[in-house]
Design a protein around this ligand. Sequence first.
Ligand code: NAG
Ligand code: NAG
Length: 332
Amino acid sequence: MKQSFLLYWTSVLVLAVLSVESAPSYGCGKAVPRNFSAGQTTSMVIPSTKGQPVRHYKVHLPATFKNDKPHAVVFSFHGHNGDMAKQEDLSQFSDKGLLIGNAGIIAVYPQGKAGTDGETAWQGAPYSDPRVDDILFVKTMISTLEGMFCVDPSRIYAAGKSNGGGFVNLLACTPSIASKIAAFATVSAAFYTTTFNGNCPTNRAIPILDFHGTADKVAPYSGGRSHNGTLVAVKTFRQGWASRNGCQGKPAISHRPRASDPQELVEIQTWSKNCRAGSTVIGYKIKKGQHGWPRRTLPANCKGAKRKNDCTTTVFDATASVIIPFFNKYSL
Ligand SMILES: *[C@@H]1O[C@H](CO)[C@@H](O)[C@H](O)[C@H]1NC(C)=O
Ligand SMILES: *[C@@H]1O[C@H](CO)[C@@H](O)[C@H](O)[C@H]1NC(C)=O
């Protein structure tokens, strides 16, 4: 009797703690600002503070958006010399029908500041402006979005391409911000040794999904020199995360179904054996893949012309068919 009583109160306590952790954000139920509407993208500004410059980002609300239902937030970071509008076009997180936690996603496209070469960049690259605190920028975007919209704070995710992918890794490697982000995806990423030597501090197991083409000439698969900096090899990056997450052994190798990839261009490397806290590290090695975002159609920006890198296609859509389902599996 006494024992079942104790069990009862223990479970009440556990439930209370769980419900506090997954409580929706304080923007829930608030009137949505007039310049936002479901299915649309709106530009946002963060005024200059604490010696930091003005920052810009774009926010896309899903077509099904209702501000009384918690939504996941997905950040998508552009590459060196990219911008927020092109990244929306390239990474496809504003596409209709993407669901995480059974709700449409709030897609966020932040804009990098010009670096030492005058082109946009993210913290951690040899050409980024050392005075710019991009991690603070991400923290400010998260608190602003949580205050305006009904956000599920346990379902915030980060994805990025090239220098933006390197920055996503920097977020994963910085415990004060990694603690707010449930899972990470890096695409054709440039991991500069200026901020990442293959190892980094973590205080939890971190789910990582990584895509890289073997014909990437900007951020080569095997690492090496780029933009007066040195890049960590893709293999070292993936194995490093698998080790930090406590995964054991070699990755399991698989391929996409023959019907969708007859030439087996895509090799999928999965580390899932005994990883801590159910985390996994998944790497897509894309044969002949260039420095792009894997997708079957060209981004609008390419105006129908296949050229190189972002204006190339492959046999699958990374965002809809791999990144979103991967993110959906993880919450804080
Ligand atoms: C839209 O509204 C938000 C919140 O009031 C504001 O911060 C933002 O600057 C506005 N964006 C534009 C483009 O007016
Ligand atoms: C590399 O550094 C040199 C000397 O600082 C500079 O002139 C050159 O533009 C840099 N190259 C790149 C690709 O950043």
